[in-house]
Design a protein around this ligand. Structure first.
Ligand code: AMP
Length: 215
């Protein structure tokens, strides 16, 4: 089973990818995570991607297309397919990806569209805080710590992701509406999109996802 998980920043793609990957034995490929890893290791790819990411802009299509196709060539043994998270993000990426995979084992089967109103996304993203020491994720609106900005688990000071600020978020949501929404429409025309009402609690969202995949 080959899946795409799509949705605006903060729509829960990362959270549900983790459960999907384990439950369906899929290779989870997050283009954002791959770029962040390359940035932290200061590779040539990381240096190129960073200049765009810091501004909330999309990395150029040909760079991302090559990265994803290379990654699919080298999937780990024993997986039941892939779960692409954060790709394709533009119509050009979607068309290039379809052309490269059509009729092969890597053709996409279904798209999960995580649908959340933009005002909820803003709170989720601008409120997001992570503990740099133990990795626990909080939210000042939805999951606050007992003491402001201090991790409940280990007492460390919390931090926010570099691009989770108001200015970058405005650009990212704008890019999403302009560039990524058309991708969902494109796959909708192929009858491959399952819309998930993702402004819900975890189990309600998960039930919708398993139902969509069981069809
Ligand atoms: P994410 O973690 O998915 O929110 O991605 C973080 C950033 O990585 C985005 O704001 C883009 O700058 C870059 N990025 C990730 N995936 C793509 C993609 N498919 N196309 C272009 N840029 C991407």
């Amino acid at each position: 089973m080959n899946l795409l998980i799509m949705g605006a920043p903060g729509s829960g793609k990362g959270t549900f990818s983790s459960r999907l990957k384990d439950n369906y034995s899929l290779a989870h490929i997050s283009t954002g995570d791959i770029f962040r890893k390359n940035i932290s290791e200061n590779t040539a790819l990381g240096q190129e991607a960073k200049s765009y990411m810091d501004k909330g802009l999309l990395v150029p299509d040909d760079l991302v297309n090559r990265l994803v196709l290379d990654t699919l060539e080298n999937l780990p043994e024993g997986v039941n397919g892939y779960l692409l998270d954060g790709y394709p993000r533009t119509l050009e990426q979607a068309k290039a990806f379809d052309e490269a995979t059509k009729g092969t084992a890597n053709e996409v089967d279904q798209i999960l569209f995580m649908d959340v109103p933009h005002d909820v996304l803003k709170k989720r993203i601008l409120g997001r805080r992570t503990c740099p020491k133990c990795g626990e994720i909080y939210n000042i609106y939805f999951k606050p710590t007992a003491v402001e900005n201090v991790c409940d688990n280990c007492g460390s000071a919390l931090s926010a992701r570099a691009d989770d600020n108001e200015e970058s978020l405005k650009t990212r949501l704008g890019e999403y509406t302009r560039m990524t929404q058309p991708v969902i429409d494109y796959y909708g025309e192929q009858d491959k999109v399952a819309a998930i009402n993702a402004d819900n609690d975890f189990e309600t969202i998960w039930a919708q996802i398993t139902e969509a995949l069981g069809k």
